[in-house]
Each structure stands twice: as C-alpha cells, then as structure tokens.
Design a protein around this ligand. Structure first.
Ligand code: 8DG
Ligand code: MG
Length: 311
C-alpha cells in the first residue's frame, strides 16, 4: 500500500456551543466499518479540502459549515488503504445535526472520546481535539516573578502550561511549584512539569520532556495524563511520535531574544517538518498571538510561548 497515492479525506471535528464533539458510526460494510468517526469523506476531483468538508458535512450530518480551521493532518497506511486525513475543527455551523445516512450519531464530551472505538489513525486526532491552541511556558528568575508571570497567563485564559524553573535554589523551587500548582488547579489550568525539575510527588497533569530527556526515552514515561516533548528537528519529532508522546513543541520558528544564537526554522521548514509526523505540534519561538491563523494553516496545533502570553 505504501507505494499508492493516499486517499485524501476531509474530516470535521464539529463542536457545539458546550464544546461537545459530534461522532458518527461508520456503516458495517465500509472500510473500517462499525467504528466511530468524525464525519467527513473523500475529496472529489477538482475539489479543495474545505469544499469537500462543506459538502460531506452537509451530506452526512446536515449542517452548513460557517467557520473551520485546520486541526491536524494524519498520513496513515492501513493494510488495504493509504489515507491522508485532513482534519478541520468546525467552530461555527448552521442547521441542526442529524444522521442523514441512517448512521448512529452522538454528541460527546472530549474526555469521553476514549469510550468509543475509532480507527487506529484517529489517536492523534483525539489528542489534538482535547488540546488547546495555546501552550504557555512559565518561567521566572525569582519566585515572585514566576507568580507574577502566572497571574498574566491566567488573565490570558490559558488552559495548559509547562512549568520550567531553572535558576532557583531547590527549596525555593519546590515552594514555588506547589504555589503554581495550587493556583492553576483553582483556575482550571493543566500543568506539565519540565523533566529538568527533578521534583517527585507533585500533583501535576503531565511531564514535559526536554529534547535530551526525550532522546533518552525508549518508551512513553508513565503514569502521566500528558507527555509532551521539546523538539528542534525531524529526528526528535519522529522520536516523540515513536515513543507515543501526546504532543511536541517545535522551536525556534522565528528569531527570538531568549535564544539569539539559535538558527530559526522559518515557516516553510516548520510546515514541512510537521507534515512528516502524525502528532500535534505547537510552534515556539518569536511568535505572537496574532500569528495564530498562519500557525494553524502551517499544520501546527497552535502557539507555545514564554513572552507571547505575558503582554
Ligand atoms: N470520515 C472519516 N474517515 C476516517 C476517519 N478515520 C479514518 O481512518 N477514516 C478513513 C476511513 C475511510 O477509509 C476514509 C474515509 O472515507 P469515507 O468512507 O468517509 O468516504 P466518503 O464519506 O466519501 O464515503 P463514500 O462516498 O466513499 O461512501 O478515511 C474519521 O475519523 N472520519
Ligand atoms: Mg464519510
């Protein structure tokens, strides 16, 4: 199968006003029959992906797409078929969803997606649909500064952050981590601890591997709700994918004052790298929130940043 051209499929992760996601069940006799899916279907000749998305979602679930943004692209080789799943997040639509082809249909909370049996190619789509489009990196050169930065991040309505404290004495680091975790819990922010922190027993939501820690892992560290990894090139991205990391952060995309010596990847290389892995990837380095649209269209999950969320 690997030699034949991939079947290009437009797929919609459709959300209602409460954040629930629409699932339908594939007909028994079809490819991957009986499994649950995000509605969508194959591009017809001369159709763009957004045209196909619009047509398929009208045909299958009777809705008219008003706003959609790219979520993730998955290249997957089934034993009998190679597919390119071009997944879009539908954030606004008109009409009431109905099962136009007699298929089973459900609105499902993101955390309940794991209760449904999907085609194997869908694993990173499910992860992507549970992740935000902004991932903050919380740092600071003193306890006071870390907490002040957290305050600004909270005001930006961030829902996920990486805690990366490098330069504080051990006792102060532990105290600050506890304070950050308590504050984040209160505000519904998920916290991933950077692997360099070397603190055990903290009630965090996940682990963020430095690229060095990533390359030292042969399997996904457990038990963590989220495992993320810092990557700078294709080798690291592939390694993150191979060990089953949930997502990666790719850097630096643009020149940045924090890493003046690092060679930026640029937009084109970033898009090419992301295209080669089936993994949600946040773009980091010199980006601002205004770049979000361009970042999403380059294939990324969203923007990661230190200063991007501090203004
Ligand atoms: N729509 C959709 N297709 C998926 C998902 N995951 C996954 O592996 N696929 C695969 C199954 C199929 O091989 C292909 C989608 O084809 P399809 O059967 O939906 O195509 P279609 O709606 O145009 O159907 P048809 O006209 O050929 O009957 O992609 C998913 O979440 N949604
Ligand atoms: Mg279909």
């Amino acid at each position: 199968m690997s030699g034949s051209a991939a079947v290009h499929v437009a797929v919609g992760v459709i959300r209602d006003g409460n954040g629930n996601i629409l699932l339908t069940q594939r007909a028994k006799h079809t490819h991957q029959g009986g499994l649950w899916e995000f509605p969508g279907g194959k591009l017809e000749a001369h159709e763009t992906v957004t045209q196909a998305l619009r047509r398929e979602l009208q045909e299958e679930v009777g809705i008219t797409v008003q706003t959609a943004k790219p979520l993730i692209k998955i290249n997957h080789c089934y034993p009998d078929l190679r597919v390119l799943l071009d997944v879009w997040q539908v954030t606004d639509f008109s009409g009431v969803a109905e099962a136009c082809e007699g298929q089973a249909m459900q609105w499902v909370e993101p955390r309940q997606l794991s209760d449904y049996a999907f085609p194997v190619a869908n694993v990173p789509i499910i992860t992507a649909s549970r992740l935000p489009d902004r991932y903050a990196i919380l740092e600071g050169s003193s306890a006071k500064q870390v907490l002040a930065n957290l305050e600004r991040i909270i005001n930006k309505r961030i829902t996920m952050l990486q805690l990366r404290i490098k330069s504080l004495p051990a006792a102060e680091t532990a105290a600050v981590c506890h304070a950050v975790l308590a504050n984040c819990r209160q505000h519904g922010i998920q916290v991933l601890l950077n692997s360099d922190l070397l603190l055990t027993g903290l009630p965090a939501d996940g682990l963020h591997l430095s690229s060095r820690a990533l390359l030292a892992c042969q399997t996904k560290p457990s038990p963590y709700r989220w495992v993320a990894a810092s990557c700078h090139n294709l080798q690291e991205l592939r390694h993150a994918e191979n060990i089953g990391a949930d997502f990666a952060v790719l850097a630096p995309i643009l020149p940045t004052a924090t890493h003046p010596d690092a060679q930026p990847l640029g937009w084109e290389t970033m898009a090419k790298l992301i295209d080669q892995v089936n993994l949600p990837v946040f773009a980091l380095g010199g980006l601002e929130l205004d770049d979000m649209d361009r970042v999403l269209h380059a294939g990324a999950q969203g923007i990661a940043g230190i200063s991007a969320f501090l203004s």
